[in-house]
Design a protein around this ligand. Structure first.
Ligand code: CTP
Length: 414
């Protein structure tokens, strides 16, 4: 099944170079994920890589012949390393061993993979993985430095237990993290200079230490916006309620906020540095005014338990009171009279944009992978966005934000 996620990798020709490290078995999953996102993957293996995985595995997963001989021809007749690098959009080396890093940093081209790296003009992305002592050796670090200086893309290895029985830096990052970085390479950086604060997920209000009032928001829309904004070059801070989502990026600070009051504090602490605030969080409107510090016990045969609720602060409305020239985007999750309610919120809270969706509609409601929204601006003009993946919706919302940013710059410079 194709990955339903929107991806910049669709129709891209990606060459994956596999070297002789134990992490080579993980590259099988990388190839699978790249092809699921629509990329056409060609695999080049070094001799040592074949000690760990057979070419048949990669051939089956990529759907293309695997190249491992220095003088192999491409598609039967063309000089392999030149022809393949000519059609490539990106070359990924995963795992990149100390050996390949050393060879390329020093201009050695003695097999198919290294000659192809010399022959290519497209980005080359190294994903190193090795023993922690090898990683920190002076020679490897000096070679990595050389590669970075020469403009090659690079990812730091992860830390943890290593196949050689030690613990430390040297693990291949997760496949999701690698793919996220590959998406970065193909994404236009049109939000550089913007500092975007995103809130996501539900808030939770405690009744007692084990029970709470919350809502069905999964946080997926907010996480998608944070991730896509980062891919497009913005500095992003994510304030998140309790969710089970993994971001697969280590360059977005995630600040946890459980209750609405926590979220207000976090937003207020970070709003000053932000140029844009996007509030997808589903904030509980009320909290218990007398939440118990011990678990409430069933008493006697009473069938009714009364909870006294008090209003929570309206975070976005508070923010709009001190908004300055910041762009503030709200969300309106509605079940009826969608546009009417959303417009009312936009005006009442003094927002710049509001994104309305019908959470009662099957397939686009809470927790789903897709959404269908209407984006409304202050003039009341609406943009209808059909049912798409949340990543695609995030791009479209950020396009609308970008239009407002441009307008803001024009006003400033007039
Ligand atoms: N919001 C907020 N603080 C609150 C309530 C909502 O910041 N206490 C923000 C949400 O993050 C969202 C927007 O306001 O961006 C609209 O949220 P919504 O819950 O739809 O609106 P409410 O004002 O709570 O109205 P209602 O619950 O009556 O629909």
């Amino acid at each position: 099944m194709k990955d339903i996620q929107f991806s910049m990798l669709r129709n891209k020709e990606i060459i994956v170079g596999v070297c002789g490290g134990i992490a080579a078995y993980k590259t099988a999953e990388l190839i699978r994920m790249l092809t699921r996102r629509g990329a056409n993957v060609h695999v080049v293996m070094t001799k040592n890589a074949m000690q760990f995985v057979t070419p048949l595995t990669f051939q089956t997963l990529s759907g293309n012949p695997v190249i491992h001989e220095m003088f192999e021809l491409f598609r039967g007749s063309k000089i392999g390393h030149i022809a393949l690098s000519d059609i490539a959009d990106l070359l990924v080396i995963a795992p990149a061993t100390a050996n390949i890093i050393g060879k390329i940093a020093n201009g050695i081209a003695d097999d198919f993979l290294t000659t192809m790296v010399m022959a290519t003009t497209v980005p080359v992305f190294f994903v190193p993985s090795m023993n922690t002592k090898m990683w920190s050796s002076k020679m490897v670090q000096a070679n990595l430095h050389k590669l970075r200086d020469a403009g090659y893309e690079m990812m730091e290895p992860a830390s943890g237990d290593l196949a050689c029985g030690t613990d430390g830096k040297g693990r291949l990052p997760t496949i999701e993290e690698i793919v996220e970085r590959i998406e970065d390479i193909f994404t236009q950086k049109d939000l550089v200079g913007e500092r975007i604060l995103v809130t996501a997920g539900p808030t939770m209000e405690f009744i007692d230490p084990v029970r709470c009032i919350t809502n069905r928001s999964s946080g997926k829309m907010g996480y998608a916006i944070a991730k896509i904004a980062k891919r497009r070059g913005a500095d992003v801070v994510l304030v998140s309620g309790e969710t089970s989502i993994t971001l697969h990026r280590t360059d977005i600070p995630v600040i946890r906020a459980t209750t609405a009051c926590d979220m207000l504090d976090c937003v207020m602490a970070h709003q000053k540095e932000s140029t844009v605030v996007i509030k997808t969080a589903a904030v509980a409107d009320f909290r218990c005014s007398n939440s118990n510090c011990q678990k409430i016990k069933k008493k006697g045969d009473t069938n009714i338990l009364n909870l006294e609720l008090e209003k929570n602060p309206d975070i976005i409305a508070e923010l709009c009171k001190i908004k300055g020239d910041r762009i503030i985007v709200g969300f309106a999750a509605e079940t009826e009279n969608i546009i009417e309610h959303a417009l009312d919120k936009l005006k009442r809270k003094n927002l710049d944009l509001i994104v309305a969706n019908n959470v009662a509609q099957e397939g686009i409601g809470f927790g789903s992978e897709e959404n269908e929204v209407t984006i409304i601006d202050r003039s009341g003009s609406t943009k209808q966005v059909p049912r798409l993946s949340k990543d695609e919706i995030a791009h479209i919302i950020l396009d609308s934000v970008k239009k407002l940013i441009k307008k803001r710059h024009r006003v400033k410079t007039d």
